[in-house]
Write a protein that binds this ligand. Structure first.
Ligand code: HEM
Length: 101
């Protein structure tokens, strides 16, 4: 299993727009090898300006190939084609799962 997280820092002024964008139903559930998706909003984080927000789009996939197939396909492009991404900084983190309970 792999966990792929996209960390998005943005001005608080666009928080509502980000949440609205993520709340649109995509078709992640139909992607082969997809396990789960959560949009996390940080409630405490050091080093973040008061007028900024941090979101983590956290996904779980059965294999790296499954993630990469989604990432390079039309479903990803459609989910990111709305022009709603505005003034955000994004950092991608890819993890392999070592221990799970
Ligand atoms: C510059 C890079 C990225 C930015 C700024 C970004 C931002 C966003 C935003 C704002 C949305 C909501 C839809 C919209 O308003 O357009 C979204 C959807 C999403 N993003 Fe990203 N994203 C980026 C890349 C990635 C990457 C590399 C991943 C990999 C984990 C990812 C995971 C997701 C997922 C899972 C959704 C929901 C898609 C669905 O339900 O079908 N994003 N992203």
């Amino acid at each position: 299993m792999v966990v792929v997280q996209n960390r998005i820092t943005a001005p608080a002024a666009v928080a509502e727009r980000i949440e609205h964008g993520f709340s649109q139903p995509g078709n992640l559930r139909e992607q082969p090898g997809f396990i789960s998706f959560k949009l996390l909003k940080a409630t405490q984080v050091s080093g973040l300006d008061e007028d900024e927000v941090l979101y983590v789009a956290s996904t779980e996939w059965e294999t790296m190939e499954a993630y990469e197939t989604w990432r390079s396909g039309d479903a990803f492009a459609r989910a990111h084609g709305g022009g709603g991404q505005g003034p955000m900084r994004a950092t991608l983190e890819v993890f392999e799962v070592k221990v799970a309970r």
